[in-house]
Design a protein around this ligand. Structure first.
Ligand SMILES: [Zn+2]
Length: 243
């Protein structure tokens, strides 16, 4: 069969709605939820708008550090970087791959580093001056445990973190990481964050305590957004692992 015919046939096939099965740590152990392609597309649009607020624009370069099992938000970030025409490299966020972060950082001289983990910083600290390395990087979006390490050496890092199956991303105001209110309902109870799927979400998730000590802030942010914000009480809480 000619290639054009094959492609025409392929277009007629049903595409499964399901993009990911997301496993995430909750207060009572690992939980699962689904993520459809349509939801992923909307998540990507939201991340694109957030990264644009940080000044990311066509022709810049970025470094993403994420793990394969974090694809449910990593793919939205990659899609956002593509939409913004930002060239990107990817390093693993686990500590053992910190050298790749060092090489990409040196070779790409990125405008933005997204997803820095405390483990990566610990690895880098053995051979590099973290302040010297990242103070010249315009946008540093780091995980909760990495943010205080970076701010301690004069890097004005903003926060990025998975909150269950959702992504929280701090705006340039650095007043807590926004969660997309069109897709999620986030809040706090007894000092612990909880999350539920919002009305727009077709994949169900009832209100789920996440076992993350933190605060949820409602009301308009200095950036103008009404999306709620989360702050993590334990900046040094362990990163979610695959198990
Ligand atoms: Zn804001």
């Amino acid at each position: 069969m000619a290639r054009a015919d094959t492609l025409a046939r392929a277009r007629e096939l049903d595409r499964p709605e399901l993009a990911y099965l997301v496993r995430f740590p909750a207060a009572d152990g690992m939980r699962k939820t689904e993520l459809t392609w349509a939801e992923l597309a909307r998540d990507t649009d939201w991340v694109t708008a957030r990264l644009r607020e940080h000044g990311l624009a066509a022709g810049q370069r970025a470094l993403l550090t994420a793990s394969g099992f974090e694809g449910f938000w990593g793919r939205a970030v990659i899609g956002a970087l593509s939409a913004l025409k930002v060239t990107y490299g990817i390093a693993e966020a686990m500590g053992w791959d910190h050298r790749r972060t060092a090489v990409f950082h040196r070779e790409l001289n990125p405008h933005a580093v997204i997803g820095l983990s405390a483990q990566t910083l610990e690895g880098l600290a053995g051979t590099a001056d973290l302040g010297e390395m990242f103070r010249s990087t315009s946008v540093v979006l780091a995980r909760p445990a990495a943010v205080p390490l970076l701010r301690g050496v004069g890097v004005s890092a903003a926060l990025i973190s998975a909150v269950g199956p959702a992504l929280a991303l701090e705006c340039p105001e650095r007043a807590g990481a926004h969660v997309n209110a069109a897709e999620w309902r986030v809040g706090e109870r007894d000092g612990q964050l909880f999350l539920a799927a919002g009305e727009a979400r077709t994949s169900p998730l009832p209100e789920t305590p996440l076992g993350i000590a933190g605060r949820a802030i409602t009301g308009r942010c200095g950036c103008g957004s009404e999306d709620p914000r989360v702050l993590f009480a334990e900046a040094d809480r362990p990163q979610p692992s695959r198990s």
